[in-house]
Ligand binder design. Structure first.
Ligand code: XMP
Length: 315
């Protein structure tokens, strides 16, 4: 039986001996990196510097929320807006693995830049077991390169520290709860962010559409679950498809994009079953998305694929 308090105690001691001087952490604000940040800051205090990178592919209001949470958790941090850099790097790129590689590399360069400013020698990452297992890990085929593993550039100058490497998601949540992190049970969000929820080129405009669609899907599903209409799925979001279909807006022909809604139940993300959510909830999501983005989106579909054969994210 996994004991989060014992894990925290042992890991904090181990980290004290492992890190000399300054370290930086890529804190996305997700459960994994936040748990890693708080854990390492318990070990080395102000010598840890968390960098939250606004890539342009974050969820609605996320950068502000993460900054506030890190302040409350007393983690030394900085929020940097690098969205122009990321949109430029992904111009014309639509192949999922290339997207992941480019994002991973850009991330590391941003950290190297920030680390240099403070003279850090270590890069802390919130990598967990499924990340490296699914990125190959010597045991299996590469299913997708999780950006914090497969895409690390070979010439990286920082030493990597991965305190959660052997844990599964449910164990990370237990550690988060024990550390008093408010978002310990928040749904997962992929490292490359909304870029892998935009099929095709992840432009600034596409990011705005999928950001709004994700916000609406999250809000409606959380509301429905709070009202007891359905159980809260393990993960739920929207994806933007590069497919235009014909629709009708008032009396006029429309030609707009398609948004896919995904909601799954899972324990650790390794396998998942699609959520059999009520049609009334899907109906509200569909109406709200098409009404909010009338000129852009005119069709909503629901993904009824489990994992396997699908993965949870579409890329
Ligand atoms: P898939 O799509 O492979 O996802 O079934 C399993 C879980 O992992 C999340 N995911 C990622 N997490 N970096 C991450 O930290 C990534 O590159 C990444 N890609 C997928 C996904 O959201 C799901 O919870």
């Amino acid at each position: 039986m996994f004991d989060p308090d014992a894990f925290i105690r042992d890991k904090v001691e181990e980290l004290k001996g492992q890190i000399e001087g300054m370290a930086v952490i890529a804190c996305s604000g997700g459960v994994d990196s936040t748990v890693a940040a708080v854990l390492v800051s318990r070990a080395i205090g102000e010598r840890l510097f968390a960098v939250h990178v606004d890539t342009g592919y974050l969820r609605k209001g996320e950068a502000k929320k993460v900054g506030k949470m890190l302040t409350e958790m007393k983690v030394n941090h900085l929020v940097v807006d690098t969205s122009d850099e990321f949109f430029a790097a992904l111009k014309g790129v639509s192949e999922p693995e290339r997207k992941r590689m480019i994002i991973g590399e850009r991330f590391i360069r941003v950290f190297e830049r920030e680390a240099k400013k403070i003279g850090a020698k270590y890069l802390v990452q919130g990598t967990i077991a499924p990340d490296w297992i699914e990125s190959g890990g010597g045991l299996r085929d590469v299913i997708k390169s999780h950006h914090n593993v497969g895409a690390l550039p070979r010439d990286m100058s920082l030493t990597l520290v991965e305190p959660l490497r052997d844990l599964y998601k449910d164990e990370v949540r237990k550690v988060g709860k024990a550390l008093g992190i408010p978002i310990y049970d928040q749904q997962p969000f992929p490292g490359p962010g909304l870029a892998v929820r935009i099929l095709g080129e992840p432009t600034r405009e596409a990011a705005e559409v999928v950001r709004e669609a994700c916000a609406i899907a999250e809000e409606e599903i959380e509301l429905a679950s709070a009202k007891g209409e359905m159980d809260l799925p393990w993960q739920y979001f929207a994806v933007l498809l590069p497919v235009k279909t014909v629709g009708v807006q008032g009396d006029v022909r429309a030609y707009g994009y398609t948004v896919g809604i995904r909601a799954v139940h899972s324990i650790d993300g390794m396998t998942a079953a699609y959520s059999q959510m009520p049609h009334a909830v899907l109906d509200r999501i569909s109406r709200r998305i098409t009404n909010t983005m009338k000129d852009k989106v005119n069709r909503i579909v629901y993904d009824i694929t489990s994992k396997p054969p699908g993965t949870i994210e579409w890329e």
